[in-house]
Design a protein around this ligand. Structure first.
Ligand code: FAD
Length: 373
């Protein structure tokens, strides 16, 4: 059953829809064409309070749960998927710092987590699918850790000021540390030139003898694999919400156009072939929504949610690519023009067959869960 929102949650969600409709959605095409957020937009997102939703009250947040953050992300994605992906990258990182961070780490970063953005770096040039293939190391020196290595394709890379990074603390041992842009030895690298989610900065960081104390270790030494999996699960719920928002966007465009556009004297929405596409988009959107909401509800209730979250992103990503392709077809030749949003919606959805684990890896994870039952 769908969650009943409290009055405070309803207020937040209404504000999110209004902000998206007034401030973000009108810039959707501009963001895609320019490959960046227009000056001032991100600052408005910060000022509106989107970055601190899930933080406890003591750190200036409102303590909203995973179902609420996912619903916020869905509503933002309906206006622009890039901004929703930026929020996703921030939320999943803050969740891990909430779950595994020392009190000293939380006291250092959380008071400003509502004003500056965070990112989670696992992928390296040697590969993203197999965490053991990373080369970043964290080596004990006295009471500190010294980090060396580089991370690529980090959502918010360059925009984010604080990063959780996966590092090897032994040949077969993974741990997660928090580093920030003000630390000596930290540097930004290039920004990816991706075909979709063009507004979201996705970039590279370098760590050259970055020195941190034990307070900057998330969880325990050797807990990196578990923390990476936890970040992945939280991200998959939020990505399911992004994909649902993308399909909401595509369906809204396709149904409006189908009512107006005529084939002879008949609106194309009366043609069975067009209706079939609209129905397929609606079914894909609804199924993905139910999958991510179920995973978020399980998370909120303290139940296992890894398989459900993985299903939401694995199913939703392929479904959203097909749904946006159907919507493009409803628009005919205009759909193929970059002056309309359909092309970038396909590319936006396509990113999520790769980011946060490829669909191949996700299918393998789902199959492993089923085989273990
Ligand atoms: C938009 C976007 C945002 C991203 N954001 C982040 C981020 O915030 N943080 C971060 O760390 N990374 C991020 N990434 C990187 C992403 O997580 C990796 O691209 C992804 O994990 C795949 O790694 P790879 O690109 O190295 O491909 P590879 O691991 O080299 O895989 C190549 C191909 O082989 C397949 N393959 C590899 N191993 C297996 C296996 N065991 N079983 C089956 N198939 C396999 C893959 O499915 C894929 O098709 C982002 C990527 C994108 C596109």
């Amino acid at each position: 059953m769908a969650k009943q929102w409290t009055p405070q949650e309803q207020m937040l969600l209404r504000m999110t829809s209004e902000f998206t409709a007034n401030e973000i959605a009108p810039l959707d095409l501009q963001i895609d064409h320019a490959g960046r957020y227009p000056d001032g937009l991100f600052e408005q997102v910060v000022a509106t309070g989107f970055l601190s939703l899930m933080l406890p009250n003591e750190f200036g947040g409102a303590g909203f749960g995973p179902e609420v953050t996912a619903e916020v992300v869905r509503r933002v994605a309906e206006g622009n998927a890039s901004m929703a992906a930026t929020l996703e990258g921030h939320y999943k990182t803050v969740y891990q710092m909430l779950k595994y961070g020392t009190p000293a780490l939380q006291a250092k970063y959380f008071p400003t987590a509502g004003q500056r953005i965070f990112g989670f770096g696992m992928t390296e040039p040697t590969g993203g699918s197999n965490p053991m293939s990373i080369r970043t190391t964290a080596v004990r020196q006295g009471s500190d850790w010294v980090l060396n290595g580089n991370k690529i394709m980090i959502t918010n890379g360059g925009l984010a000021e604080v990063y959780c990074v996966l590092a090897k603390t032994g040949p077969q041992e993974l741990s997660v540390f928090v580093v920030d842009q003000d630390m000596p030895g930290f540097a930004f690298g290039k920004r990816e030139n991706f075909i979709g989610l063009r507004g979201t900065p996705v970039g590279e960081i370098f760590m050259n003898d970055v020195r941190v104390s034990d307070d900057y270790l998330l969880g325990q030494v050797g807990q990196g694999g578990e923390i990476g999996d936890s970040a992945h699960d939280d991200a998959c719920i939020l990505m399911g919400a992004v994909l649902t928002g993308i399909m909401d966007h595509a369906l809204g465009l396709a149904t409006s156009y189908a009512k107006e556009r005529k084939a002879g004297s008949t609106p194309i929405g009366e043609l069975g072939s067009i209706q079939r596409k609209l129905a397929d988009i609606a079914m894909g959107r609804e199924t993905t929504r139910l999958l991510y909401q179920n995973a978020a509800a399980r998370h909120a209730a303290g139940q296992p949610y890894s398989e459900e979250a993985t299903m939401a992103k694995a199913y939703g990503s392929r479904t959203a690519v097909a749904a946006c392709d159907d919507a493009l077809q409803v628009f005919g030749g205009y759909g193929y023009s970059r002056d309309y949003p359909l092309a970038h919606l396909i590319a936006d959805a396509r990113a999520l067959e790769i980011a946060e684990g490829t669909v191949e890896k996700m299918r393998a994870a789902i199959a492993a869960e089923e085989l273990a039952k």
